[in-house]
Design a protein around this ligand. Structure first.
Ligand code: 13P
Length: 251
């Protein structure tokens, strides 16, 4: 049995006061969330506050990105070792917004995954196809290319501590969720690819679904065999919604 994991990706949202309320509401309910890993990924600047608020709970914090170099003249960047220094244990890598808006290639995502692992962070590696790719029947080949790039550069050693998140780009922030069947199909494909490399790792690794997950669609998504939790955007900014999604994952 894989332990479910639900991660909240706040993206570029949240003030100090909003974060304060949100995390307090969540930590108040933490004891009701058993047999589940919960990760909060706020913007960099809110990480110290969120880490402090999560002290004494099982909640973990994560970054949304990292730079591959450890330190130096990289204006505006944050390294993996800095995330560790500030109490993070996870980091999101290769989110489609990073790939599409900031031009992150498969090679760079793979490099960042290797760096995260080397720093002691658990990478949450995001993969997923665009609408155009899906409509052209290229979902499997795109996801396979993205996963293989990570395996080739970072090796299977980054898993099972690492996580894969399948986030179809067309489902992110659109309210258009993949059907449980569509999601399960890709999750099974990803696990199958990993199985070709190492069947134990494939059996253990958690594969999350992300893309317009809400309290009402989470139950049927999380019921699928290869969906081990979710990477939640918009709904992670509302404590009640995020908690409801977390509770669904424990069933
Ligand atoms: P939404 O849940 O807002 O669709 O975002 C998903 C996502 O991109 C999480 O990383």
């Amino acid at each position: 049995m894989r332990r479910p994991l639900v991660a909240g990706n706040w993206k570029m949202n949240g003030t100090t006061s909003h974060a304060w309320r949100l995390v307090n509401e969540m930590t108040d309910a933490a004891s009701s969330l058993e047999a589940l890993d919960v990760v909060i990924c706020p913007p960099f600047i809110l990480i110290p506050q969120v880490v402090k608020q999560c002290e004494g709970t099982e909640f973990a914090a994560g970054g949304q990105n990292l730079e591959v170099h450890a330190e130096g003249a990289y204006t505006g960047e944050i390294s993996g070792s800095m995330l560790v220094d500030h109490g993070c244990s996870f980091v999101i890598v290769g989110h489609s917004e990073r790939r599409n808006l900031y031009g992150e290639s498969d090679a760079l995502v793979a490099e960042k995954t290797a760096t995260a692992h080397a720093c002691g962070l658990r990478p949450i590696v995001c993969v997923g196809e665009t609408l155009e790719e899906r409509e052209n029947g290229r979902t499997a080949s795109v996801v396979e290319r993205q996963v293989r790039a990570v395996i080739e550069r970072a090796g299977m050693g980054v898993f099972p501590a690492g996580i894969v998140a399948y986030e179809p780009v067309w489902a992110i922030g659109t309210g258009q969720t993949a059907t449980p069947r569509q999601a399960q199909e890709v999750h099974a494909l990803i696990r199958g690819l990993l199985r070709q490399e190492n069947s134990d790792v494939a059996a253990q690794i958690r594969i999350l679904y992300g893309g317009s997950v809400k309290p009402d669609n989470a139950p049927e998504l999380f019921a699928e065999e290869d969906i081990d939790g979710g990477l939640i955007g918009g709904a992670s900014l509302e404590a009640a919604d995020f908690l409801a999604i977390c509770r669904t994952a424990t069933h």
